[in-house]
Design a protein around this ligand. Structure first.
Ligand code: CAO
Length: 469
């Protein structure tokens, strides 16, 4: 192995130029023509390619240094080479533009050479001006159909048309070197969206990597849905209006509901339970309540039946990890109950419902719904639910599609029970039928499993003795 000194090539000016990126470190294995540093003059930036392949022994420059031709850049251990090497002079590149590889052999495109050998900033994409690079000319394949498939290649992370990386349009206001622009294009990142941590807010490679990492690890949905922004509409154009600011509860629950709706693939499975006997029992029990006794509600029975069904079908009592790779199955059964208040919807939680009797659940629900309406719920009263129930049965309706209360994976909607004629095989019988609507996260729960869950739940409600089995 010979130690080769790599020096700054002729960059077309005698004036010192800034070192704005150092792309290698001691110990790195570098390839021939791999970019080792990026230099910047007043007018443009160029990548300096390595004239040798080998292992970097030492790096003589740091970001911020000013250098002229002949300054030492690196010492590289390379076999069978001379003891000193100067990289081929980079062509007068425009940032991120044509000839990005800076292989020195390229003839500078006509009309791009500026006085100091650096290309002018205009036409930052190197296509000779502000004209977008046509799809055929894109090197990175973004937006082009994959050969023979008719399917588009990986779409850019950012919406198109917002600068570099989108549709090949120049991100003219972004301060970034060619290597960074190339990287951004390869990753489909719009540099306009990346905050630069370098001098003068220059975007560095690390900034692009950090941006991609942030986007990939952001909770699903938080990184944007890709939907076009909603236009602001002036409704007063069509008649009188009154603007009512939303209170904090409504604003927060709107955000949560929206996030759940756009990030969870919802399916709702409907069924009905014959609660004729259960209702008779409930009414009978309530009729002989002792003084100050707690009224048994249908919802309290629902909670108990749901816990039983959740124990039989544990995936319904789980959460999907944010990375989408793990299912967290909970071995505690905390049931959230949607409560309608004048200020908006809240979901207090009945903890450890598996260990409580129906009377206790009914009592606790009474306490929690009063606290909700008196605005006395604490944040801790509303945390940790593993499954939720939303009952509109006291109001009316035949079915609805409740929205899964993320991070839960399922929610049961209950509508108004009605006495209906039900065929028993010989004749119609008047039966009290309770409509159930089970919404679930289809990433976690299959349709067949949901059908089994709701069928099982209906059977339990038809004969609550099954809960004891
Ligand atoms: N079918 C028919 N009648 C029902 C019923 C059902 N499924 N559920 C309750 N009822 C009747 C009860 O029998 C009771 O009637 P009586 O006063 O004659 O006995 C009445 O409705 C009130 O019932 P309840 O006291 O048991 O209260 P509830 O269980 O219906 O509801 C609560 C409690 C807190 C869930 C409810 O007050 C509430 O806030 N519901 C709205 C929840 C909501 O907004 N969900 C939507 C979320 S998504 O936007």
């Amino acid at each position: 192995m010979a130690a080769i000194e790599v020096k700054v090539p002729d960059v077309g000016t005698d004036k010192p130029v800034d070192v704005i990126e150092v792309n290698v470190r001691p110990g790195d294995v570098i390839a021939l023509e791999q970019t080792i540093i990026v230099l910047e003059s007043d007018k443009a930036t160029v990548e300096v390619p390595s004239p040798v392949a080998g292992v970097v022994k030492s790096v003589a420059l740091t970001v911020g240094d000013k250098v002229t031709q002949g300054a030492l850049v690196l010492v590289v251990d390379a076999a069978g080479s001379a003891s000193s090497a100067v990289p081929p002079s980079p062509p007068p590149l425009s940032p991120g533009g044509r000839g990005e590889k800076s292989n020195g052999g390229d003839v500078p495109p006509e009309g791009e050479k500026s006085g100091d050998g650096f290309a002018p900033e205009k036409g930052a994409q190197g296509n000779g001006g502000d004209v977008p690079v046509s799809e055929e000319k894109r090197e990175d394949g973004v937006g082009r159909p994959l050969a023979g498939t008719g399917v588009s290649a990986i779409p850019p992370l950012s919406p198109p048309g917002r600068g570099d990386g989108g549709e090949g349009l120049p991100a003219t206001n972004v301060h970034a070197g060619p290597a960074v622009r190339k990287l951004a294009r390869e990753l489909g990142v719009s540099l306009a969206e990346v905050s630069g941590s370098g001098p003068k807010q220059r975007v560095l490679k690390d900034d692009v990597h950090a941006y991609v990492k942030r986007r990939l690890t952001a909770p699903a949905g938080a990184a944007g849905t890709g939907l076009p922004e909603l236009p602001v509409i002036d409704f007063a154009k069509w008649g009188a209006i009154e603007e009512q600011p939303l209170n904090k509860l409504r604003r927060v629950s709107a955000q949560n509901l929206h996030r759940s709706w756009v990030t969870i693939p919802h399916v709702t499975q409907h069924d009905e339970a014959d609660i004729t006997e259960l209702e008779d029992f409930r009414v009978f029990e309530n009729g002989r309540l002792p003084e100050g006794g707690v009224k048994l509600t249908m919802l309290a029975f629902m909670v108990k039946a749901c816990v039983n069904a959740l124990q039989k079908y544990p995936r319904f009592n789980s959460s999907l990890a944010v990375n989408g790779e793990t299912l967290i199955v909970k071995q505690h059964w905390h049931i959230g109950i949607a409560v309608d208040t004048p200020d908006g919807l809240v979901v207090p939680v009945i903890r450890d419902a598996d260990r409580k009797g129906i009377n206790d659940i009914a009592r606790e629900m009474g306490v929690l719904s009063k606290k909700a309406r008196d605005r006395k719920l604490l944040p801790s009263d509303m945390q940790g639910a593993t499954f939720s129930i939303s009952s509109l049965g006291g109001i009316g309706g035949t079915a609805f599609t409740p929205i899964v209360n993320w991070p839960e994976v399922a929610i049961l909607g209950v509508s108004k029970a009605q006495t209906r004629p039900v065929w028993d095989g010989k004749q119609f019988q008047p039966r009290l039928m309770l409509p159930l609507s089970l919404s679930y996260d289809h990433r976690v729960i299959d349709g067949a499993e949901a059908a089994r869950f709701i069928t099982y739940l209906s059977r339990l409600l038809a004969d609550m003795r099954r809960v004891l089995l």
